[in-house]
Design a protein around this ligand. Structure first.
Ligand code: HPA
Length: 245
């Protein structure tokens, strides 16, 4: 199995159970990564870790340098990448506390540097994204969930929104009509860049709120943070299990 990298999102600016081996800045053709790339041991297996919002969670979703992050992980030897994703739940099964391994994505983001095939540095190319996630890593995540006693939803469509604001109820109704089960702000262009760079990428999503208009009340950061806190140890257990597979 190739070297595994974990991209931490909200709630995961660090991995508490990671034993640090090295942390170093990586230069990329696209500028600075969100943070130095950390090399460490998770459950006795060497992994890479990068918090996409930065070490102090200072980068909003639209200002993350996704190209630099993915490039740096590959340059550091990563072959497989797990993107952690706090999401809002849209369809009835995707309530707060649910873990899910999405199998499809719809991109509603705009204005982000979203490709390495920009016609400047690498010429024109068109990658296939029919199945946007790496199926072997998706299955490994689903199995790891089962092994730690979690019943993860094994598929679902992730809607990637621009943020940093949350959505209107009408936007969420539209995303639901489009087929989205969950909504988050960082899944794209992270997913497609990983494919462009030849990385095996999958996402482990955890629901931290009902999306706008789905619960009868407005969404508060307090609610999101409380649900996030309930997911952290469960997600860590899955990562520790997958690190040894
Ligand atoms: N919308 C978009 N992104 C999110 C949400 C949401 O409701 N919750 C967590 N990330």
């Amino acid at each position: 199995m190739g070297l595994l990298a974990i991209i931490g999102g909200s709630g995961f600016t660090s991995l508490p159970s990671l034993t640090l081996l090295e942390s170093k800045p990586v230069e990329t053709p696209y500028g600075a990564t969100s943070a130095p790339v950390t090399r460490g041991r998770l459950a006795e297996r060497e992994v890479l870790f990068l918090p996409r919002h930065g070490p102090s969670h200072h980068l909003p979703p639209h200002r993350i340098n996704y190209r630099a992050n993915l490039w740096a992980l590959r340059d550091s030897g990563a072959e497989r990448v797990i993107g952690l994703a706090a999401v809002g739940g849209i369809t009835p099964d995707f309530g707060p506390g649910v873990l899910a391994v999405p199998d499809q994505v719809i991109d509603y983001t705009h204005g982000r540097e979203h490709t390495i095939h920009d016609g400047i540095s690498g010429g024109v190319d068109h990658i296939d994204l029919t199945e946007p996630y790496c199926e072997s890593l998706r299955q490994a995540l689903i199995e790891a969930c089962t092994r730690v006693g979690e019943v993860a939803i094994a598929q679902g469509t992730y809607g990637a929104t621009q943020g940093p604001r949350l959505e209107t109820a009408a936007e969420i109704r539209r995303y639901e009509r489009d087929g989205c089960d969950m909504v988050g702000m960082t899944g794209m262009p992270e997913t497609s860049l990983a494919r462009e760079l030849g990385l095996c990428y999958a996402s482990l999503a955890f629901v931290v709120n009902w999306a706008a208009g789905k619960s009868g009340s407005i969404i508060t950061m307090k609610e999101i943070e409380e649900n996030l806190a309930l997911c952290v140890d469960r997600v860590l257990a899955v990562l520790e299990t997958i690190a040894v597979t």
